[in-house]
Design a protein around this ligand. Structure first.
Ligand code: SAM
Length: 290
């Protein structure tokens, strides 16, 4: 048995095996701090030796203290610096509250509603990831614990500027968040020039999903669709993506001056990172036709 095989079979490592890509990712853990089965999913919280706290849902890594900034910043700032002035924002999922915290850094945002199906995710984030929840008391924030699919289906038409879908993988309660009916509800709820942005998994192993999402978005009448990539060590392959769709306007540029002179701190996002994330590698261009 090689040294690396010994490590992965050791109880002191949390390992997420990703069958589809024949790979796995592991973090050395100190202890399991909490585990519970909610009506929607199984949530575990670990303390790790080098990555801070780790949240796992149904065996899949969700958030670590060390690298969540990459994902949360890229799920929010590129969209907010593309829209001219997003005043009303809805986050579907995102129960760890990290995306909400980033969204509220933008002073043009007047209201941000986070809609997660599982209140326990937020309550555990408050306890184990308090830094992600530091803006939950902002008067512009509202936290709802209901199904995001139903919430969007019943939303007042033409009333939102930006919808961010920060969900689990497309299985279980999140499955319907990746389909044309959901995108049609989002389209209806958005004002002219409104935008949708959704986490769209790994460009290396989920290109078929990204392709299907993009056609479903177009089918729902979104005029323009764009996929951005960024690193995320915690998720399968370590390379992740988000896909943006826009109603009645294109996605060819963003507010570069605004991004370059932003009045709040970020750890990953800046104007160069935004430009770089928009660059489309050859294999993606070929597969997605961009
Ligand atoms: N960044 C993570 C990732 O890509 O793996 C996602 C983090 S966030 C914790 C995902 C959230 O989506 C979970 O809290 C889960 O409860 C929520 N969720 C799943 N399906 C949902 C639905 N139909 N409506 C609202 N929230 C949902």
């Amino acid at each position: 048995m090689s040294a690396s095989e010994q490590q992965t079979s050791d109880q002191s490592w949390f390992t997420e095996r990703h069958e589809r890509s024949g790979s796995s990712f592991g973090l050395r853990i100190k202890e399991l701090l909490h585990a519970e089965k909610t009506p929607f999913q199984t949530i575990e919280i670990y303390d790790t030796t080098d990555w801070g706290k780790l949240m796992v849902i149904d065996g899949c890594t969700m958030v670590s203290t060390r690298d969540n900034f990459l994902y949360h910043e890229m799920m929010s700032h590129p969209a907010l610096f593309t829209h001219a002035r997003a005043k009303r924002v809805v986050i579907i999922g995102g129960g760890d509250c990290g995306t909400l915290r980033e969204v509220l850094k933008h002073e043009e945002v007047e209201r941000a509603v986070q809609v997660d199906i599982d209140e326990r995710v937020t309550r555990l984030a408050e306890k184990y990831f308090p830094e992600l929840c530091e803006s939950n008391g902002d008067p512009r924030a509202e936290l709802l614990f209901i199904d995001g699919i139903k919430y969007m289906a019943e939303h007042e038409p033409e009333s939102l500027d930006l919808i961010i879908v920060d969900s689990t993988d497309p299985v279980g309660p999140a499955e319907g968040l990746f389909g044309a009916d959901f995108y049609a509800s989002c389209y209806k709820a958005l004002r002219p020039s409104g935008m949708l942005v959704q986490q769209s998994e790994s460009p290396l192993v989920h290109l078929d999903l990204i392709k299907a999402m993009r056609s479903a978005m177009r089918f729902a009448d979104f005029q323009s669709v764009r996929t951005l990539t960024f690193p995320q060590p915690l998720y399968p392959t370590g390379w992740w993506s988000c896909t943006m769709a826009r109603k009645g306007a294109d996605l060819s540029g963003f507010r570069e001056r605004g991004a370059a002179t932003k009045q709040f701190p970020t750890r990953y996002y800046n104007v160069d990172i935004h430009r770089a994330a928009l660059a489309m590698p050859e294999f993606m261009r070929e597969a997605l036709g961009d």
